[in-house]
Design a binder for this molecule. Structure first.
Ligand SMILES: NC(=O)c1ccc[n+]([C@@H]2O[C@H](COP(=O)([O-])OP(=O)(O)OC[C@H]3O[C@@H](n4cnc5c(N)ncnc54)[C@H](OP(=O)(O)O)[C@@H]3O)[C@@H](O)[C@H]2O)c1
Length: 216
């Protein structure tokens, strides 16, 4: 049983991570800005108030925990973009302040920086809307930052090109730098199976200090 602090538990992806972790018997502290937004109720769930952009808030919620998971961001507005890279910095600063031993840090990343079969990156595709490009590059900036960090045990998990609520199959494939494609050339994962992969990484760490990605 791991003690997990989760930022973003009210979100599309974070709520699946919360469910998967609780279903597997882990103890979760969900850090939310407004407790009224989290309706889940479970004997292994504690809800506290905090802000991922505040390193002191991260430190307080991470103390004594095994893992800090961040699934923050979301929506089409500027708040999404403004949260991604600053939250990476605040999470690292907040965990770093705990000294040793500190919890691991696992964050939800983006697919934009992944390689496509033509050797380019997802964000090089023509015709992508500007707001999506900004989100992709914000995740790229966050990943670039994580890659400079050597004193916090971080992992960044990029979704497939498309991630949506769907079925929990319990199966997925991974890569580190290449977009995971199915035989038809599509890159997709359900939010439920993304959560399976993330909780698998909590239970059996295989990607310390690197990014990996998951798809069907
Ligand atoms: N294919 C891809 O690469 C792909 C696709 C989808 C999503 N993503 C990424 O996955 C992440 C999560 O996406 P999502 O769709 O699950 O988002 P979402 O449903 O909008 O949820 C976002 C979560 O972040 C929380 N949050 C935002 N700012 C916060 C702050 N300052 N402090 C604490 N919590 C904060 C929100 O909490 P509140 O309840 O307080 O608002 C909410 O729980 C995003 O970074 C997104 O870019 C990547």
């Amino acid at each position: 049983m791991a003690k997990i602090t989760l930022f973003g538990a009210t979100g599309t992806i974070g709520s699946r991570i919360l469910r998967e972790a609780l279903d597997r018997g882990h103890q979760v502290t969900a850090v939310v800005r407004d407790p009224a937004g989290l309706t889940a109720d479970h004997q292994n769930l504690t809800v506290v108030t905090g802000d991922v952009l505040d390193p002191a808030s991260v430190t307080g919620a991470a103390k004594g925990q095994d893992v800090v998971v961040s699934a923050v961001g979301g929506g089409d507005g500027p708040g999404h973009i403004a949260t991604i890279a600053p939250s990476a910095r605040a999470l690292v600063a907040g965990v770093r302040a705990l000294g040793t031993p500190a919890p691991r840090l696992i964050s939800v990343g983006g697919a934009g920086s992944l390689r496509t079969p033509d050797g380019k990156q997802v964000w090089d595709a023509e015709g992508l809307p500007e707001f999506l490009l900004q989100i992709m590059h914000a995740h790229g900036d966050a990943l670039d930052f994580y890659r400079t960090v050597t004193d916090v045990d971080w992992t960044n998990l990029s979704p497939a090109g498309t991630i949506e609520p769907g079925e929990r199959t319990g199966t997925y494939r991974t890569d580190t730098e290449n977009l995971v494609l199915d035989p038809e050339g599509n890159s997709r994962i359900s939010a439920e199976d993304y959560a399976v992969a993330l909780v698998d990484e909590i239970e059996r760490p295989q990607h310390a200090g690197e990014r990996f990605t998951v798809g069907f």
